[in-house]
Design a protein around this ligand. Sequence first.
Ligand code: MN
Length: 289
Amino acid sequence: MKKSIEKIFPRPAQPGMVGDGFRVYNMVPGSGISKERMSPFLLLDFNAEFDFGPSNHIRGVDVHPHKGFETVTIAYKGSVAHHDSSGNSGVINPGDVQWMTAGAGILHKEYHEENFSKSGGPFEMVQLWVNLPAKDKGTPAHYQGITADQMGKVTLPDQAGIVNVIAGTFHDTKGPAETYTPVNVFDIKLEKDHRTEFSLPKEHNAAILVVNGEIEINGQVAKEHSFILFGHEGDEVAIRATEKAVLLVLSGEPINEPIASYGPFVMNTQEEIYQAFEDYQAGKFGTLE
Ligand code: MN
């Protein structure tokens, strides 16, 4: 049975800035999709392709904390560098993914890679926030830098395109990301007038972001930059690209626990939020220049 579509949301009218380096459309929760509705995905910020121009000043977000969840940055165009208080650092280039588990608490900064900053050029990124279940919120912070060549690779028949499996399983191919709860994250490149079919568990919260191009799904057209929110009936997804398309497919088993959040902290209770703030103020998340 085909997976039901609850609603196709257009891109929000206005982007917002995260620091001075990320010009993002906040699809979740900005479209009116609650943190609970897309659980475990708490947030989806989409930097649709944008050229900031060459700059000697390095654009980005300066040192800030996170606690209680994971930040996942997917690079489509351009390069992003990262530094954190647990000593990890790295650069992600197109096709690469940075999967950072903030867990018990971390400080980091995220910014355009220096040479990319100087040259300018198209920049296209997604950042997801993936919640952790209560039992894993205290896990020590860690980092998975996953390069394009490490992704699960599926070549679609009839030269229809390719699927990079970042997390979870597409048909029989697994993605490299280690996750705390069951999630699927697929990067699908589909050629114009070609099709693909796959299934997503019925009980998962699921959605597709049309990063580029245009598709037809269940007889409905989803335009570039739209966000397709699935319902919980059926499990089969059939897509035809009406234009050459790049799609971010997300599905995850909901974490049915209360969400208390304040800025970069996502816990289960307000008490835990106060504690997180105190711990951060007391320097317990480490130090970062
Ligand atoms: Mn961050």
